[in-house]
Design a protein around this ligand. Structure first.
Ligand code: NAP
Length: 282
């Protein structure tokens, strides 16, 4: 698996497997299938409610721990220094692990400064090999990194053909923050899987729309974590390292950018309030 090198030297696979919206009862099988298909980066979150199932699949796979790259995230409700230490311990216990490869602040809401202090400690102790953020727009990202010791290694943000984040990626690159795409297929919105331009490019390589999208992201040095519960699609989605998009094809995909989220904006007061107040435990 191709890797990227994070700002602290940690190697991260450029393609992994995301488990958002996989019900806990289906997650163990899905992760087992993903590991069998060759995925080594797993992306979960406390808020997904399926960390325990991910942990069971890891344990039963017998794959040596050092071959895996496991990410989870602290939810808004658990931001703050003490809360984040507690949430980290709970996540590790759920996953059955004694360290994480990457721990992320899931949303740019709540006491993210307190969380970051806890995460800097966890990183220094070696319990989180890398630490980062998710859904941070550039203003929030710069504020956090300029006023703390450790610069986030990763910012996991919505990135796909209809919301490409090229300017954001450039700014992150200058600051040493790796971009990671969530929703690489925009969860199929805007008829992504039957998009004529993506389909045409795929036909030129004997590849599917999904493979074109993932290849386009990987070629831009964006880490990707597509989700599927189907083993055939897991195999399809990881099979993107035997072809290359031409400059012209890259430009044709670049022309699909709308510059807008297909979901919600993290600066919209309604979204801030709705997401920020969602509770995941008592
Ligand atoms: P996504 O990967 O863009 O899309 C998943 C959808 O595409 C599912 O409906 C899946 O259906 C379908 N699909 C997958 N492969 C396909 C293929 N080859 N052909 C046709 N359909 C295919 O969406 P996502 O799950 O939202 O994003 C990926 C990961 O990013 C998540 O699992 C999660 O780990 C992370 N994420 C993070 C955040 C955040 O706030 N940090 C937010 C969202 C997501 P089937 O499962 O039925 O195959």
């Amino acid at each position: 698996m191709h890797t990227v090198t994070l700002n602290n030297g940690v190697q991260m696979p450029i393609l992994g497997f995301g488990v958002y919206q996989i019900p806990p009862g289906r997650t163990e099988q899905a992760v087992t299938d993903a590991l069998a298909a060759g995925y080594r980066l797993l992306d979960t979150a406390a808020a997904y409610g399926n960390e325990q199932a991910v942990g069971r699949a890891i344990k039963n796979s017998g794959i040596p721990r050092e071959e895996l790259f496991v990410t989870t995230k602290v939810w808004v409700q658990d931001t703050g220094e003490e809360n984040t230490h507690r949430a980290f311990d709970t996540s590790l216990r759920n996953l059955g692990l004694d360290y994480l490869d990457l721990y992320l602040i899931h949303q740019p809401f709540g006491d993210v400064y307190g969380s970051w202090r806890a995460m800097e400690n966890l990183n220094r102790e070696g319990r989180a090999k890398a630490i980062g953020v998710s859904n941070f727009y550039p203003d929030r990202l710069i504020d956090l990194s300029d006023h703390n010791e450790i610069t986030p290694s990763v910012n996991q943000i919505e990135t796909h053909p209809f919301f490409q984040r090229t300017t954001d990626q450039e700014l992150m690159r200058e600051r040493g923050v790796q971009i990671e795409s969530w929703g690489p297929f925009a969860e199929g919105k805007n008829n992504l899987f039957s998009h004529p331009v993506l389909g045409e490019i795929g036909a030129q390589h004997g590849k599917t729309v999904a493979q074109v999208v993932l290849r386009w992201l990987v070629q831009r040095q964006v880490v990707v974590i597509p989700k599927s519960v189907r083993a055939d699609r897991m195999a399809e989605n990881i099979d993107v390292f035997d072809f290359e998009l031409t400059d012209d094809q890259m430009a044709r995909v670049a022309a699909l950018d709308t510059g807008r989220s297909q979901f919600f904006a993290h600066w919209d007061p309604a979204a801030v309030s709705q997401i920020g107040n969602a509770r995941i435990h008592d």
